[in-house]
Design a protein around this ligand. Structure first.
Ligand SMILES: O=C(O)CCC(=O)C(=O)O
Ligand SMILES: [Fe+2]
Length: 389
């Protein structure tokens, strides 16, 4: 490794399957991010939305990344993970020259690891990564690759504007300062979230949306000021789905409350009979269906006929009303999320996917309940060892 610019690129650090699972989590759970045209899924957000079980797939990757960073930068057993999150950039997002510790409140960041979960040109356009000095100069993100570098000014970098698609990364920062260990905050939250309801397993993994402004996308262009859309509905729409609420809308003063309520999915005027507990639940299942492949053989549970009925005029009126509030008429969301509406869809397979999603969630939920005590114990040993508690 170059001493002047300590950095390393590892090809195929993550498998494609690992990347796909994280993509599923992000596209079904993300909120709008800290900058325009950016979406993020943090571990604390997963806990806050009753989706703590979805942290499980992160844990082995986090450990592998930390060990690798410690190995290549020669700091065995010294580091804590300061932040783990999924971050995606849609059209219009970019970042100029910076180092990752360039604010007083970021000084604890010693090392960065960015894993690319999708690929330049295939999944998005633009979004090339550049180091200001030293080699390599430019990195074209490729699914599974990881780039690791020191967070200081020896690795000043920038990312070109994304011009199409959604560029997705798993981003971590590591610190030598053990008071910035994200686990110290996460474990109590996780314990509280999981242990409260461990005796109520069937309901334990149904998502509970965060406050609705966390899902509201505003483009930054001045001319678009009164536009914006709900990203959950936007993502569903990109797959060709509308949402249907049976309530009489004339009696609802704040329509955003609807998004917490049970609902049904509609595809090309066909109303699917399954009732989801809320729109986040529907989004998780839809993303799961397309993640796992939409062919019926994928799902082991018996494929039953998924009932579909032609929607009535009054139902279609309500659907348009919801769209006009949450998606507006601007089609902005189509420029943010690539349309994938042409994907094969079959309602019988989709009902099998609902069951398969439940099995998947339940399995992760049980596994994270098992791993929590180990994680806690590890944290406790760590705290004694470094005398930080
Ligand atoms: O996504 C990347 O390639 C790097 C992003 C970045 O520079 C940052 O988040 O600080
Ligand atoms: Fe950065």
């Amino acid at each position: 490794m170059e001493i002047e610019h300590p950095r390393l690129i590892l090809h195929n650090f993550l498998t494609e399957e690992e990347c796909k699972e994280l993509e599923f989590i992000h596209k079904s759970c993300s909120t709008v991010g800290y900058r325009p045209n950016v979406f993020s899924t943090t571990l604390s957000h997963l806990i806050a939305t009753n989706s703590a079980h979805l942290i499980l797939p992160f844990l082995p990757l986090r450990d592998r990344l930390k060990e690798k960073v410690e190995e290549i930068f020669g700091c065995e057993y010294e580091l804590v993970t300061e932040f783990t999150g999924l971050i995606s950039w849609s059209r219009g997002a970019s970042i100029g020259w910076h180092s990752d510790d360039n604010r007083p409140y970021l000084k604890q960041r010693d090392f960065t690891a960015v894993c690319y979960l999708n690929s330049y040109q295939t999944d998005f356009k633009g979004g090339l990564f550049h180091f200001q000095d030293g080699e390599p100069k430019t990195i074209a993100p490729l699914v599974g690759d990881a780039v690791m570098y020191t967070a200081d000014s020896r690795n000043t970098h920038s990312v070109d504007e994304v011009t199409d698609g959604e560029r997705l990364t798993l981003t971590l920062w590591f610190s030598r300062d053990s008071s910035h260990d994200e686990d110290a905050k996460l474990i109590p939250l996780l314990a509280e979230s999981l242990l409260h309801k461990s005796n109520n397993v069937p309901q334990s993994f149904l998502p509970v949306p965060a406050s609705d402004n966390m899902y509201w996308f505003f483009p930054n262009q001045a001319s678009h000021q009164d536009m914006g859309f709900d990203i959950r509905l936007g993502r569903l729409h990109a797959f060709g789905f509308d949402v249907y609420y049976s309530q009489d809308m004339n009696f609802i003063s704040d329509l955003s409350e609807l998004l917490m309520e049970p609902m049904q999915l509609v595809r090309r005027d066909q109303l699917l009979d399954h009732k989801f507990v809320n729109v986040l639940h529907a989004l998780q299942v839809v993303q799961f269906y397309f993640w796992k492949g939409c062919k019926s053989q994928t799902f082991t549970s018996e494929v039953q006929f998924g009932k579909v009925v032609q929607s009535s005029q009054s139902q279609r009126d309500k659907i348009s009303q919801v769209n006009s509030v949450f998606l507006k008429d601007t089609k902005l969301e189509e420029t943010v999320f690539r349309s994938v509406e042409q994907y094969y869809f079959d309602s019988a397979t989709f009902s099998a996917a609902i069951t398969a999603w439940e099995d998947y969630s339940c399995k992760l939920h049980k596994e994270i309940l098992i791993s929590l005590p180990q994680w806690r114990a590890h944290q406790a040993i760590y705290r004694v060892h470094f005398d930080v508690s």
